[in-house]
Design a protein around this ligand. Sequence first.
Ligand code: NAD
Length: 322
Amino acid sequence: MAGKNFALIGAAGYVAPRHMKAIADNGGNLLAALDPFDSVGIMDSYFPGADFFVEFERFDRHLSRLLREGTKLDYVSICSPNYLHDAHIRFGLRLGADVICEKPLVLNPWNVDALEEIERETDRNIFTILQLRLHPSVRSLRKKVMEDPAGKIYDIDLTYLTSRGNWYYTSWKGDPAKSGGIATNIGIHFFDLLIWIFGSVEQNVVHVHTHDRAAGYLELERARIRWFLSINEDVFPDDIRKKGWRTYRSLTIGGEELEFSSGFGDLHSESYAGILEERGFGIEEIRPAIQLVHDIRNAESMGLLPPYHPLAEVKLSPHPFK
Ligand SMILES: NC(=O)c1ccc[n+]([C@@H]2O[C@H](COP(=O)([O-])OP(=O)(O)OC[C@H]3O[C@@H](n4cnc5c(N)ncnc54)[C@H](O)[C@@H]3O)[C@@H](O)[C@H]2O)c1
């Protein structure tokens, strides 16, 4: 496993250090990194010897030269904005590397089809980061559900609150064309794990979908789910706010709460370990969740049509810049 060579795209962003650490934790070597923004001092903590580029063309030329000279590039890791993932994935595959791409792998189901074609053409693999599937509470829940009698249907409330400041709406994350909007950008992890645990989507109703929150009702093979996501702190219930928490993740299953706000420390490193040991999550694994977030993004909001999540009743907030 040791000694794999990596290149990294999107090195100056928020999540990139977790990838640098994951590469280092798994004995890998970062050959080169790219980001148009040059605030990448963090590289010193992991790979001071790696080359860094702010221009794609020079990064491409450099990697091509290394390949010509006989260096093997094993993986390209992608931490760029969501709407650039599929172009960056193609780049990695065409260089002859496997690709490790952040979530959401792509924004639309037809992007998945196109990538599958290139995977076949290049005979390389695409892996995505779904670190919530590795969380111990989630794993034990899945095991329990799989052992429960067939035909058992669970009633679930999913609540995911994670506050973001006004900067979010200036950045690409606040632009639905670039991030896919909140249900895609924030929600994909949860929709993926719900489908992973409770089976495929049978009904999908969206109640509310604005710049700072989304709520709806889902029926999966084995669950009925009222869900609510928000990045607006004003929506947080008082008990959460009093604890000073900025993130709250909870699944209430038949009245019992599975709270998993913590325990995410090294899940990127664990994700990389799985990929290097050929247990990574490939492109087919994420297709149902990409289909679902695409459908949610394009669904008409129905308002408070029962059954709805209690937080869907909270008064809407104006967009900070509109
Ligand atoms: N798995 C997780 O829990 C998790 C957490 C946060 C973010 N993410 C995902 O990671 C990715 C990056 O998110 P982030 O929060 O680090 O965002 P960010 O905005 O902090 O970082 C993105 C970086 O990409 C760079 N970039 C922009 N255009 C580029 C280009 N053409 N080529 C190369 N780099 C370019 C930006 O300069 C920036 O440094 C997103 O896909 C996001 O959804 C995943």
